[in-house]
Design a protein around this ligand. Structure first.
Ligand code: G6P
Length: 535
């Protein structure tokens, strides 16, 4: 029997008892299934597993060879085999000495050169020694990128921006025109810096948005002056010259940084300028602390492993196809979007690195929105549907932006929701409620069943002491390592993304049909849509 089959057998056996009863049967459950690391408390004790289920989920990682895989990643082996690349975002959070020891002189120099260049540029802009063409200080950065070149920096900026930033950042990802129009609205071109961020520098949306933003600058300032308002971040710096970006304002990173793992690189240049290099360093320090924890903590007390184990238990053990991520933190409202790319693009795959079709399901649908808002929108379904949607409830314990009253209300909501999902509401309780309200027997018979919540629905709680650069860095690294660990157990390459290519290729074909004289052969629906667009 494979380890995953053993997990399925154990999970099926666990289903005989409820989560609340697991607590009664096992007095050490909470201490075994929760831990504190890097300013973050993680509690997986409200998951569906018994002690044996927990043990078999945690055992998956040892059996799948995670220790060796982790070593191979850390020391720069080409673990992204389909693209022939190392995966070294952790090097961006390591000291020069550690990089030298683990990865050699070239990687050390790559990391250091990139850091020094970003720091000099960011410090210069913040001090006003690097300005726009007319000598005015930059007040706004328009950050143009998509996917991994957008989601991380956007989340971190929203997470950490001061209430009145001296330098603001506006993000543009969509090529729909409106996002750019809204970003540019009200801006003074002479005080605006436009940064194009693209690992490949071939991404259609980013290049189109960048050219439109550059035109906006040229119209206002003229071509020569406009070039002083442009910068680029790319792992293909040779491609940026064609877009009129002066070479001394091109910031590089290496192809061993995956797009969805790139927020630790120059991809975050906008927020390094806006928030300051010291904040970026603190973000790295928090991530580094989580890296060390992931490297050294025994698996049963290793936070990324606990989250990954819960996901595999739900997805493989119990065939639960989705997971809700609910940050009770407005500043982290884009967390689900960030995790959608991190987890679904990394692990939403059907084959092994050698091409065999996998026997198990892989990544669930990850979705979510900020709490408490989500409670007033889609929690109804989560509480009463027969489908079980495991939840991740995330909050910040101390928030200087909230009054004590607001904070207590917010935190009581997240705690109560975890409890409500687990304990549910029985028919007896519902009947008693109806009787207390004075309902007659007929109305009670109608209404009481509608109030029932089956309960026994699992959740994980993630509580940050405070939202700081350190805890945010640690939180994002926690999810990165969770995703990596799951990928090892699932037996797939978490670092490529072949599935996104088909849509891109067909998009180019359809664009030719829309802009050219002839329409190639398609199905009737697609042809009709192209004709409709052409008018
Ligand atoms: O940074 P870029 O090269 O512009 O890529 C932006 C995004 O586009 C691609 O389609 C990939 O699926 C993503 O992983 C990537 O983050």
């Amino acid at each position: 029997m494979t380890a995953l089959d053993a997990l399925k057998t154990q999970a099926a056996a666990d289903a005989a008892s409820k989560i609340v009863d697991q607590f009664k049967a096992d007095p050490d459950r909470l201490s075994r299934m929760s831990l504190d690391v890097a300013g973050i408390f993680v509690d997986v004790s409200k998951q569906s597993w018994s002690k044996a289920g927990f043990d078999s989920a945690v055992a998956l990682f040892e059996q799948a060879g995670l220790v060796e895989a982790r070593d191979r990643m850390w020391t720069g082996k080409e673990i992204n085999v389909s693209e022939g690349r190392a995966v070294l975002h952790v090097a961006l959070r390591d000291s020069d000495a550690e990089n030298q020891r683990l990865r050699g002189a070239e990687i050390t120099a790559d990391v250091k050169t990139a850091r020094d260049a970003m720091k000099a540029y960011a410090d210069g802009i913040r001090a006003g020694t690097i300005t726009g063409a007319s000598g005015k200080k930059f007040k706004t950065i328009v950050h143009i990128g998509i996917g991994g070149s957008d989601l991380g920096p956007r989340l971190v900026f929203q997470g950490l921006a001061p209430l009145q930033p001296e330098i603001d950042v506006r993000f543009v990802a969509n090529v729909d025109g409106s996002e750019l129009a809204l970003a540019l609205a009200g801006l003074d071109p002479s005080e605006t810096l436009v940064i194009a961020v693209s690992k490949t520098f071939t991404t259609q949306e980013t290049l189109a948005n960048f050219l439109a933003a550059r035109d906006w600058l040229i119209k206002a300032l003229g071509e020569e002056a406009a070039s002083k308002h442009l910068a680029a971040v790319s792992a293909a710096p040779d491609k940026t010259g064609a877009f009129g970006i002066p070479a001394d304002r091109v910031f590089g990173f290496k192809d061993w940084v995956g797009g969805r793992y790139s927020l630790w690189s120059a991809v975050s240049l906008s927020l390094i300028i806006a928030l300051g290099y010291d904040i970026y360093e603190r973000l790295l320090a928090g991530a580094h602390e989580m890296d060390q924890h992931f490297l050294t903590a025994p698996f049963p007390q290793n936070a990324p492993i606990l989250l990954a184990a819960a996901q595999l238990y739900n997805r493989i053990g119990l065939d639960r196809p989705s997971r809700a991520v609910i940050p009770y933190v407005h500043r982290l409202r884009r967390l689900a979007a960030f995790l959608q790319q991190l987890e679904m693009e990394s692990n939403g795959k059907r084959t092994s690195p050698t091409g065999e079709v996998l026997e198990t399901k892989t990544c669930p649908v990850v979705f979510g929105d900020e709490g408490t808002n989500a409670q007033h929108a889609f929690f109804q379904m989560l509480h009463q549907s027969e489908d079980v949607v495991p939840l991740e409830l995330i909050a910040v314990q101390h928030n200087p932006e909230a009054t004590p009253d607001m904070q207590q209300k917010l935190l009581s909501n997240i705690i109560a929701q975890g409890e409500a999902f687990m304990v549910g509401k029985s028919l007896e309780t519902s009947v008693a409620e109806c009787e207390k309200l004075g309902f007659d027997a007929a109305r009670t018979a109608q209404i009481a069943p509608q109030k029932v919540c089956p309960g026994n629905k699992p959740s994980t709680t993630v509580l940050l002491n405070e939202l700081t650069p350190e805890t945010l860095g640690a939180l994002l690294a926690l999810y990165e390592h969770k995703t990596f660990a799951e990928g090892i157990v699932l037996g797939l390459n978490s670092f490529d993304q072949w599935g996104v290519e088909l849509g891109k290729t067909l998009g180019v074909n359809v664009l030719k049909d829309i802009t050219g004289d002839v329409i190639a052969a398609h199905d009737p629906s697609t042809t009709a849509l192209i004709k409709r667009i052409k008018g």
